[in-house]
Unconditional design. Sequence first.
Length: 347
Amino acid sequence: MQKDDRTIKTEFRRKHPGIYLLDCENQEAMLEFLSDRRWIATSEQVLTAERAGEGNMNCTVRVRTETRSFILKQARPWVEKYPTIPAPWDRSLVEARFYQLVSTHPALRPQMPRFLAYDQECHLLMLEDLGAAHDFTFLYREETLDAEELEALIRYLVQLHGDFCSTERKEDFANREMRTLNHYHMFVFPLLSENNFRIDAITPGLKSSANRLLSDARYQETVSKLGAQYLEEDGDCLLHGDYFPGSWLKTDEGIRIIDPEFCFYGPSEFEIGVLVAHLYLARQPHSLIQDAVTRYASQRRLNERTMRQYAGVEIMRRLIGVAQLPLPYGLEEKEKLLSLSQRLVLF
């Protein structure tokens, strides 16, 4: 019998009575936590606290006081959207290191929320509130990324991949547990013949198309090899690790990048592959997708074959895996995308 969200949190509080759990409904406990850490002045009062966005991994809250607003982001030993899925608790520490490292880079610093504080015991980050921003998941509703936005997204990756190549920092960003979690849900779980994931409840008929991929031995073997590379091989580039429209914010100041908890030193082909996959999933013009690849490859070395294979895997897992997207289209279009995944992986 599966445990529900309330049971999981009750058990957590029993096992970890000293750990503060972020809760919008209990502003008194929030105020006590913030005051004890001296993250707010003793005279400040919490006026409002509300969920910020629909993130999968973490509990993220916007807090407003009389003088300012900020974001609190807490990692818990489970996936926030799916509490029955365990998740590495220390992911917040790696994310905090990422924000702190980026804060030393004059060009990258303005492209992310400012790092304000971190509490390691409670696995809780305090970040700048970027205000009335929204993520780029609107692209899945048949809107098009403009040239200036594409340029900003590629520029961020070129700077990130190119300017943090020090081997001295690799161990700080190994992020093995998060890579293991992502490896399972990207390269393994969607292609298990009996994973008990009811994909037909989301898109009736899609299970049949998924089964065609499961019966393709060469596809399965290639995905497995790509997964082993992702899991086992460290690269020279510091990657964001989850570079998709849900991690891009549209603000009055331009695009801002958030949620680097999957970051690690790896191959740039993985990062660009994920980006390209979501441009396909959002049905962006082919010319724009090719422009993204060309812009990056003109400034950084890129194995396009490997990149396209990673793109194919990401398309597959977003269609038949747990990490579903707000895609507005039905079976026919998704079948076309699964066929595209097969072509890209077997490229």
